[in-house]
Design a protein around this ligand. Structure first.
Ligand code: CTP
Ligand code: MG
Length: 227
């Protein structure tokens, strides 16, 4: 099942505190952004990559695309204030009835096998997301006081990629804009449009590089993979 992928990369990496976009930080001498793009570049099922970028990164990102021969990047769009705006800007350039994936540039450890499990599911159901079962005990609290212990067996930590039929995701984004709804992932927009979303079990290694300690986990994952 072929697909196109939108990769939001237009954040500022404030929680990383690196003084620049965290996607430019290097792991094994290669920027995080390039690690992520290389996975899709190497996947024969991926037909095109649309990258949402911040204007201040444009020159550097273009140079990286050239240097690492990332030939599948066929769209560069400017991002917006929130991740959802960045993705909507990219989605406006997408047409057709096939599958569109959304994958955070900050998740460089995604693997082809998992992408394919996700696209197989989305091809059948229209909407599928990647996640892992919650490991910690989960509690809901208000003002620092526990209200309830939430049944863990039904909880998932949700990641990207998330995969959708193109018209379904476009409709969900248009409805969210009309309703001024801001979600924390793409599936939440599709959920409120009434379409069921399937969860595909992914990989605990598919971490999002967010804060400085994530760089230690990233080094450990790379070391494991290189052995
Ligand atoms: N992103 C984006 N447009 C935004 C905000 C985020 O395209 N306006 C992208 C980021 O570049 C990242 C992904 O969405 O690849 C997930 O966002 P996050 O991990 O929060 O990254 P940042 O927003 O860069 O980090 P922070 O929130 O710490 O500033
Ligand atoms: Mg952010």
């Amino acid at each position: 099942m072929t697909y196109q992928v939108i990769i939001p990369a237009a954040g500022q990496g404030k929680r990383m505190g690196a003084g620049k976009n965290k996607l430019l930080l290097e792991l094994n001498g290669i920027p995080v952004l390039v690690h992520t793009l290389k996975v899709f570049e190497a996947d024969e099922a991926c037909t095109g990559i649309i990258l949402a970028i911040h204007p201040q990164d444009e020159v550097e990102f273009r140079e990286l695309i050239k240097k690492y021969k990332l030939t599948k990047v066929n769209g560069l769009v400017l991002g917006g204030i929130e991740r959802q705006h960045s993705i909507f800007n990219a989605l406006k350039t997408v047409t057709g009835n096939g599958l569109i994936l959304v994958h955070d540039a900050a998740r460089p450890f995604i693997q082809k096998e998992h992408i394919h499990r996700l696209t197989e599911s989305a091809a059948k159901t229209g909407a599928a997301i990647m996640g892992v079962p919650a490991k910690d005990t989960m509690k809901r609290a208000k003002n620092g006081v526990v209200e309830a212990t939430v049944e863990r067996s039904s909880l998932w930590a949700v990641q990207t990629p998330q995969a959708f039929r193109i018209p379904l995701l476009i409709k969900a984004y248009e409805k969210a804009e009309k309703d001024c709804f801001l979600g924390t992932d793409d599936a939440s927009l599709v959920e409120r449009s009434g379409h069921p979303v399937t969860i595909v079990e992914g990989d605990y290694d598919n971490i999002k590089i967010t804060t400085p300690e994530d760089l230690y986990f990233a080094e450990a994952i790379l070391k494991k993979r290189n052995n």
